[in-house]
Design a protein around this ligand. Structure first.
Ligand code: ACO
Length: 363
């Protein structure tokens, strides 16, 4: 029988610098009231100057490996889902693998915007199901703060930086990834786009002067498509897993907008207490949002062995991804002995409580 792909390790990393809505209201024409009521976001993290997509990834990945107790040299594959890589070339996954000491792992980056982590999970699980690999690290990571126009209030209030990681391991034990659904529709490619820097419009002095290397977004169109597609992807993944909404113990949505999550909750009849929300502290961290929320939900005791978990995301492209997982790991694994503690192996109330740095000019 094909091996199952179990999640045996999880971790996350958020840069320590906090940018609040009040900080933003001193940079663009916006307010805490507008941002909270339209999105649910109160603050977001912004990577420090020396931090890179690789360094954020490594922080989250080390925790995931520590939770599982796996030597990085045992990794077969590192998948990094991101739309904000260190460089257009080479792949960030390769520098991540080397920094981790994953000396015999293959690595590639995967770009499906905010849905990237779920595409990565499905890809990693497929490598395991085929018998090709046994230990696959899947990372969702973004430093979108470096792709934002900090004078554009339509976008700069929405996004944040961060990383989340899970370790998938082959096992004969039942559980793990039960089913997934992946979706894409290029008719909406202009909904969220970085117009320049690719082959259509290579980077030049004029594209830079026009701000075409920043994220541009048609918010209302994206909103409408997202609410519809998130529900459809969730239902499709459940159908493929042979489960219904009522069989799910915990929902982990992509944290793009609290109103979108609440809309889908109502559409599918999901009780509020079954949804983990952390958008108020991190904003939309794109590919990092689902694994960060997952790691926090486990640390908060919201997910126990035997629970069914549904993760679902929507993003630029458009893309969407949903996965149903039967959780098998002991949540206490994150609370390691002193000296090897992960970031989540601390009392939950400490998360997001670091001192707010000065709102120095960003970008
Ligand atoms: N502060 C104050 N006013 C603002 C701001 C701001 N930060 N941003 C926009 N406004 C104004 C607009 O200019 C507009 O003014 P107008 O009526 O005078 O024209 C008004 O607020 C309302 O704008 P809307 O776009 O209708 O606001 P809406 O309620 O739709 O909320 C938002 C906007 C939050 C962007 C919403 O549309 C949204 O969340 N869209 C989806 C984004 C998303 O899900 N992205 C996920 C994928 S991202 C990825 O893949 C990388």
């Amino acid at each position: 029988m094909a091996p199952n792909a179990l999640i045996t390790g999880w971790g996350m990393y958020a840069p320590s610098r906090i940018l609040t809505n009040d900080d933003l209201s001193r940079m663009v024409d916006t307010s805490d009231e507008w941002i909270v009521s339209r999105t649910g976001i109160r603050e977001r993290r912004v990577a420090a100057d020396g931090e890179t997509t690789t360094s954020l990834s490594v922080n989250a990945a080390r925790d995931a490996l520590a939770v599982a107790g796996l030597d990085p040299a045992e990794l077969d594959l590192v998948i990094v889902a991101t739309c904000s890589p260190d460089y257009p070339l080479p792949a960030t996954s390769v520098t991540v693998a080397t920094a981790l000491g994953a000396t015999r792992a293959a690595g590639f980056d995967l770009q499906a915007a905010c849905s990237g982590f779920l595409y990565g999970l499905a890809t990693g699980a497929s490598f395991i199901g085929s018998g090709m690999y046994r230990n696959v690290l899947v990372i969702g990571v973004e430093i979108l703060s470096r792709f934002l126009d900090w004078t554009d209030r339509n976008t700069c209030v929405l996004f944040g930086d961060g990383a989340g990681a899970v370790l998938l391991q082959a096992s004969d034990q039942p559980g793990g990834l039960l089913g997934f659904d992946l979706f894409s529709d290029g008719t909406g490619y202009e909904g969220i786009i970085v117009p320049a820097g690719g082959t259509v419009e290579p980077a030049s002095a004029s594209t830079s002067a026009e701000g075409k290397h920043f994220i541009h977004m048609l918010g209302r169109e994206v909103y409408k498509y997202a609410t519809r597609q998130l529900a459809e992807s969730a239902v499709a993944a459940l159908r493929k897993s042979g489960l219904t909404v009522d069989d799910v113990d915990q929902f982990v949505f992509h944290q793009a907008n609290l109103r979108i999550i609440e809309h889908v909750q109502r559409q599918l009849g999901i009780p509020e207490q079954k949804t983990y929300i952390n958008i108020e502290r991190y904003g939309n961290t794109s590919a990092a949002s689902v694994p960060m929320a997952l790691a926090e939900a486990v640390a908060a005791g919201r997910i126990q062995p035997g629970d069914n978990l549904l993760m679902v995301a929507f993003g630029a492209g458009y893309t969407a991804g949903a996965a149903v997982v039967e959780w098998t790991a002991d949540p206490q694994r994150a609370f390691l002995a002193p000296g090897e503690q992960t970031r989540l192996g601390q009392p939950q109330q400490q998360l997001g409580e670091q001192a707010a740095p000065e709102p120095a000019a960003v970008g």
